[in-house]
Ligand binder design. Structure first.
Ligand SMILES: [Zn+2]
Length: 107
């Protein structure tokens, strides 16, 4: 199914901002990624400026959308998506640096 059609149908599922109930403007929805599993979108409410990430998938029962509130802009989502994930060693390294007071937050 064409992605704009998918977005339009998904928009019908939840056409309002969950924060302020303002109607979404479908033209403001940015498609960040798409694959055979679905479409990743980012949009901001022009009324309350809340931003959301949503995935839209096609199921045998129709289109399903699930979203979450984010403070990331679309560019930041793509930037962080390309970075390596944090592993246990990274967490331990940060923990050790904090214990040794090796951070200087004033720089
Ligand atoms: Zn809103």
């Amino acid at each position: 199914m064409h992605q704009n059609s998918m977005l339009r149908q998904s928009q019908q599922l939840n056409p309002e901002c969950p924060i302020c109930n303002h109607k979404y403007d479908i033209q403001r929805i940015q498609i960040l990624d798409e694959n055979e599993q679905g479409v990743l979108t980012h949009f901001s409410c022009k009324n309350c400026f809340a931003s959301f990430l949503a995935t839209i998938v096609e199921t045998p029962f129709g289109h399903m959308a699930s979203g979450l509130l984010t403070d990331l802009c679309a560019d930041e989502v793509l930037k962080f998506a390309e970075q390596d994930t944090i592993n246990n060693d990274d967490v331990l390294e940060i923990h050790e640096m904090l214990e040794k007071n090796q951070f200087n937050f004033n720089e």
